[in-house]
Structures are given as structure tokens and as C-alpha cells.
Design a protein around this ligand. Structure first.
Ligand code: NAD
Ligand code: UDP
Length: 308
């Protein structure tokens, strides 16, 4: 089996590659290094199963592959908002080009969508049937609408060209290899706490998120690719926490004497988010196993190591 992992030098992509190589499969990692780094995949460089290509998915590419894991897209609000037009282009053109590749090669195609397709949800928790509440012109729209059109493209390639597409709506996932300057909440909190700085809570900290540890998520992606599910499916950990509860947990694990600073809530920041994972549970026999406490400890260890 030859796999193409777009965004393979990023956080999730590099963990996925580790598992594919472990299973003795061939992997082509394609990345433009916008938010990814060679450090994440350096250990595979001399492995004959592994190949690395610097390429931007907004440009077509000709490769022969059996499975396409399409993850290329910045995921942190700080990064995807730094060049919103490029983010929208990556989502649309990138998915279009990779679907074209799937059509030509007959490869199975998995697209990393997001809980952001639900926007600031009016239904809680969010099942796959919920159609979402996205602001089409806000600062998050480049990403949210980008992923929505990417989902639409997957369905149309399936209907018109019979491409075997899978769509995973990933809820907040964290773990080792997030960038220290990634801008997402868990890495921001850990990096500040390790530096003895107060944690920056945006808004009043009552907004909620549900955090999935990376190893659980990757197992779900692999099960989905091997399944016959073609409708969008949520993957995430349904344990829900307020951002203030998260801050307290991280402070208690690193340095209980630290405090918080409250900052302005970013535009369109969803107030609540929690996946319904019944479908993944029943159809993939998947559920997350790693608690927030254990996941945070592993992630803190990682950030300590890269700082030392
Ligand atoms: P990441 O930023 O670590 O990884 C994205 C990778 O894509 C990076 O290596 C980056 O360099 C690469 N990339 C970006 N634009 C590209 C382009 N035009 N051409 C080629 N490569 C490009 O983010 P991540 O957390 O690993 O997310 C991976 C995927 O999962 C993304 O599609 C993201 O939208 C989705 N997702 C992630 C989460 C999460 O919590 N981690 C949640 C929902 C969805
Ligand atoms: N957040 C925060 N402090 C930070 C970074 C983020 O309070 O340093 C908040 C952010 O406003 C949001 C939540 O944490 O309510 C999750 O943010 P993240 O960027 O990790 O993910 P997303 O908003 O895309 O779910």
C-alpha cells in the first residue's frame, strides 16, 4: 500500500505517518512547511518506505498512490488567519487537486475536516446531522467555509466520479509535536506555565472545548480509512471542559502558584463544543481512551524536553 499524507510534517500528519510506517506501509509525505517541520518526520528519512516531497497542495501533482490522507491546511486560528486568502485557497484548491489525484489513481481519499464546520453551535453537543452556524465573513470564515466547501467537493467527486471519499470532522486534538508558538490553547497554556508566566484566558473562560489526545485520534483516522463509511463522521473526546477548568488543570500540573490574565475573546470564538461520537462508536468501534490528565502529562513532558 502506498500512502500519500498531505500536511505530513505537521502535528497530526507526522503521528499518522509513524503509525503507517509501523504497519510497514509505504508513505509519501507532502508538505510546504508552513506550520509543519522536518523535525517531526526526520526519524523516517533514511527508511526506504518513506519519501518526502516539498510541495504546495494548491498546485497539482502527479503521483501513483493507493490511499490519500489529505491533512494539509493550517489548523490553529493564529496561523490560518495570518493569510486568510491562502487558507481558503489551500482548502479549496488543495482538496480539488488531491481529489483529482484520487480520481486518476483510484486511491481512497480521507479529508481532515473540522468541528469548525458547526461554527458557534446552537445545538449542544454536536451530532453529524447538525448543519452548523458559521459566519460567512468573519475572521474564522476562511477556515470554516474552506472546510465546508472541501466537504462539498468530496461529495461531488464521489457522486460524479465515484471517488471513495471519507470525511472526518476532527474536534480539538492535542499532544506532543504541537508547535510552541502554535497559538492553540493547550500549547499556549503549557508554554506559558513552563516559563513561569500567567496563562492568558480569552474572554471569561466559560467557553468550552472537548480535548482529544493525538494517539486516540490517529487510531480513529486509520479505522475510518479502512471502513466503508462515506458520510462525515465526528472524531473527538466528548469530555467537555471550560477553558478556565483547563487552565487550572495545567497550572496544578506545572506550578500551582501561577495565575491568569483575562484577554479579549477573539471574534466568533465558539462558546461551546462537544462531539456526539455515537456514529464512531457504533460503526468504527472507536472511542477515545486517554484522559485529559494523562494526555496533558505526556504533552507537558514533550514541551519540557524540547525546551531543555
Ligand atoms: P498543523 O498545522 O500542525 O499541520 C498542517 C500541515 O499542513 C503542516 O505541516 C503545514 O505545513 C501543511 N500545509 C499547510 N498548508 C499547506 C499547503 N498549501 N500545501 C502543503 N502543505 C500545507 O495542523 P494539524 O493540527 O496537524 O492539522 C492537520 C489537519 O487536521 C488540518 O487539515 C486541520 O484542519 C485538521 N484539524 C485539526 C484539528 C486539531 O485539533 N489538531 C482539529 C480539526 C481539524
Ligand atoms: N484560548 C485562550 N487562551 C489562549 C488560546 C486560546 O483562552 O492562549 C481559548 C480560545 O479563545 C478558545 C479556546 O481557548 O475559546 C480554544 O482555542 P484554540 O485556538 O485552541 O481552538 P479553537 O478555538 O479553534 O477551538
Amino acid at each position: 500500500m502506498r500512502n500519500l499524507v498531505t500536511g505530513g510534517a505537521g502535528f497530526l500528519g507526522s503521528h499518522l505517518i509513524d503509525q503507517l510506517i509501523l504497519a510497514n506501509e509505504e508513505v509519501i509525505c507532502l508538505d510546504n512547511y508552513f506550520t509543519g517541520t522536518k523535525k517531526n518526520i526526520i526519524k523516517h528519512i533514511s527508511n526506504p518506505l518513506f519519501e518526502l516531497i516539498r510541495h504546495d497542495v494548491t498546485i497539482p501533482i502527479k503521483l501513483e498512490v493507493d490511499k490519500i490522507w489529505h491533512l494539509a491546511c493550517p489548523a490553529s486560528p493564529v496561523h490560518y488567519q495570518s493569510n486568510p486568502i491562502k487558507t481558503a485557497k489551500t482548502s479549496f484548491m488543495g482538496t480539488y487537486n488531491m481529489l483529482g489525484l484520487a480520481k486518476r489513481t483510484g486511491a481512497k481519499f480521507l479529508m481532515a475536516s473540522t468541528s469548525e464546520v458547526y461554527g458557534d453551535p446552537e445545538i449542544h453537543p454536536q451530532p453529524e446531522s447538525y448543519r452548523g452556524n458559521v459566519n460567512t465573513f468573519g475572521t474564522r470564515a476562511c477556515y470554516d467555509e474552506g472546510k465546508r466547501i472541501a466537504e462539498t467537493l468530496c461529495f461531488d467527486y464521489r457522486r460524479m466520479h465515484n471517488v471513495d471519499t471519507k470525511i472526518v470532522r476532527i474536534f480539538n486534538t492535542y499532544g506532543p509535536r504541537m508547535l510552541p508558538n502554535d497559538g492553540r490553547v493547550i500549547s499556549n497554556f503549557i508554554v506559558n506555565a513552563l516559563q513561569g508566566k500567567p496563562l492568558n484566558i480569552y474572554g471569561n473562560g466559560t467557553q468550552t472545548r472537548s480535548f482529544c489526545y493525538v494517539d486516540d485520534l490517529i487510531l480513529g483516522l486509520i479505522k475510518l480509512m479502512d471502513s466503508n463509511i462515506n458520510t462525515p463522521i465526528n472524531l473527538g473526546n466528548p469530555s467537555e471542559f471550560t477553558i478556565k477548568e483547563l487552565a487550572l488543570k495545567i497550572i496544578n500540573l506545572i506550578n500551582p502558584s501561577l495565575g491568569f490574565i483575562y484577554k479579549e475573546l477573539p471574534e466568533d470564538d465558539p462558546l461551546q463544543r462537544k462531539p456526539v461520537i455515537e456514529m464512531a462508536n457504533k460503526k468504527l468501534l472507536w472511542e477515545p481512551k486517554i484522559s485529559l490528565e494523562i494526555g496533558l502529562e505526556n504533552t507537558i513532558e514533550y514541551f519540557k524536553k524540547i525546551n531543555s
